[in-house]
Design a protein. Structure first.
Length: 109
């Protein structure tokens, strides 16, 4: 038998112990939700906020990497896309959301 079957088969206690069992179940449920929030939802929202700030701060002439691995220098910024110069007189248009968040590795070059 697995643990879930054992827990479901446990008979509720009589009297005050039954109320305490229900209360402890609620506390466990709240604890699971809190753990889920602090380990999954909160870090993801922080990461999304950081990515949004990075993409809003893009500047002409900045070296970036796309999420597909294309290296280039920004030659023009539009509202939702940018024009990347990937070689002399070779330009491509990519969405701002396709720019990788951490171009620090090529910023030093």
């Amino acid at each position: 038998m697995n643990l879930l079957n054992v827990l479901l088969m446990a008979s509720p206690q009589q009297g005050e112990a039954g109320g305490a069992s229900g209360f402890s179940s609620i506390i466990m449920l709240v604890a699971i939700i809190a753990i889920f929030y602090f380990f999954m939802i909160r870090p993801q929202s922080k990461r999304a906020k950081k990515e949004k700030q990075f993409r809003e701060a893009l500047q002409k002439g900045q070296k970036v990497i796309t999420i597909s691995g294309v290296h280039g220098k920004i030659s023009e910024i539009k509202e939702t896309s940018i024009i990347l110069e990937i070689a002399n007189d070779v330009r491509i248009e990519v969405e701002k959301s396709a720019i990788a968040i951490d171009p620090a590795s090529i910023a030093q070059k």
